[in-house]
Design a protein around this ligand. Structure first.
Ligand code: F6R
Ligand code: MG
Ligand code: MG
Length: 367
């Protein structure tokens, strides 16, 4: 059996009509470059797409995770596409490229990525999730449901291959530390952490026993990297399906409920994470609402078969309708929390200036 690495690397390097969609001209730059890399056998296969204003490079190769070659190739593509974005006068051209020079790895450079190196099974189905107008912690709730919730994943209860449960690797983005916790034994500890998705993020999930990787989530926090807000950290995730992993339908089931996530309008509002097709991955209303696309693939000898646009299915229509209702309801709160994020989480704020301006007008009172 062959070892293969699946890399999903994304960046917002410019978009059409505002923070909206990636135009075809940028997708073409990426496709041409990756076709060339495939011809030179630097990668085995690729699929290029976009979700909202994020350009997505899905690649298979033999170079392992965190490969300088693959990260360097992606960086060059984002730079080339930025050049075209600038020529076209696109909005936010190059916004996620935070450094002038590539230094061997994309970590801390701006683009987001999720990668898994696997021993390819005879049939290797997997799903790539890509979300826009939200943060990596948006995947906490679905990852918990997929790998730990018996009311979501029937296999945890009735399949001998899943019955043992899974191991969660959780990142504390403030401390830059990870902890591994075992489900179901430490389920309440897992929830105690990941219920705060702005700080604790499910980064990887493993099987027990052989500790095979089952899922990976991008954990780039652009705001923390740059020390200030420079763009969204819209996340991507890879989840392996079937057999000793959850069934495809168990992986998709959490997205039938649009849970509330942070990141809508100006990265400063909560909104429902709406499951959509690639065609509908064009955030518009109030720059959103936040949305997620799921593409299903098989990989064989490194070659990508597919994709199927999974969340386009009619069975998610009701989730979309409910998400639109939630969006209506939340929008009526205008600038009030909890629609608007708390003061420490907002990516735009005027509060320090307002307080400064008013400092002499605040009077002491008995309370
Ligand atoms: C970007 C996003 C948008 C922007 C908003 C303001 O992905 O979430 O909601 O924050 O459109 O953007 P600027 O300040 O660039 O005009
Ligand atoms: Mg954007
Ligand atoms: Mg985006």
């Amino acid at each position: 059996m062959a070892r293969v690495t699946i890399s999903v690397i994304k960046a917002d390097i410019g978009s059409l009509a505002g923070h909206h969609i990636v135009p075809d001209q940028l997708l073409e730059v990426a496709r041409t470059s990756l076709a060339e890399a495939k011809r030179k056998r630097d990668i085995v296969d690729f699929y290029v797409t976009a979700v909202g204003d994020d350009l997505q490079l899905i690649m298979t190769h033999k170079k392992g995770e965190n490969s300088q070659d693959i990260h360097g190739l992606s960086w060059e593509i984002f730079k080339k596409a930025t050049k075209v974005a600038k020529e076209l006068g696109l909005y936010g051209a190059g916004q996620d490229l935070l450094s002038d020079a590539f230094s061997g790895n994309l970590r801390g450079m701006g683009p987001g990525f999720a990668e898994i190196e696997i021993e390819e099974r005879p049939a290797e189905p997997f799903v790539v999730f890509m979300a826009d107008k939200t943060e990596p912690g948006a995947f906490n709730l679905p990852m918990f449901k997929i790998f730990a919730d018996p009311f979501n994943t029937a296999g945890l209860v009735i399949s001998p291959r899943l019955h043992e449960g899974f191991i969660f690797e959780i990142l504390d983005v403030h401390e830059g530390k990870v902890v591994e916790l075992s489900s179901p034994e430490e389920m309440y500890d897992i929830l105690a952490l990941i219920g705060t998705p702005g700080r604790y993020i499910v980064r990887r999930v493993y099987t027990k026993g052989e500790k095979e990787v089952a899922a990976a989530v991008s954990t780039t926090k652009l705001s923390l990297i740059a020390g200030k807000y420079v763009g969204k950290d819209d996340p991507v995730a890879i989840v392996r399906a079937q057999s000793k992993f959850p069934a495809l339908g168990e992986i998709l089931e959490p997205f039938a409920m649009s849970h509330l996530v942070a990141g809508w309008m100006r990265g400063s509002h909560h909104g429902p994470l709406m499951p959509v097709s690639l065609t509908d991955a064009r955030p518009s209303r109030f720059d959103g609402p936040p949305r997620v696309v799921g593409l299903g693939f098989n990989v064989k000898n490194g070659k990508l078969i597919g994709p199927s646009d999974l969340l386009s299915d009619v069975s998610f229509d009701r989730a979309r309708a409910i998400a639109n209702e939630i969006a209506d309801y939340l929008r009526r709160h205008g600038p009030f929390m909890p629609h608007r994020l708390g003061p420490d989480e907002m990516e735009y704020t005027t509060l320090p200036e307002v307080l400064k301006k008013l400092q002499d007008r605040f009077k002491e009172v008995e309370t």
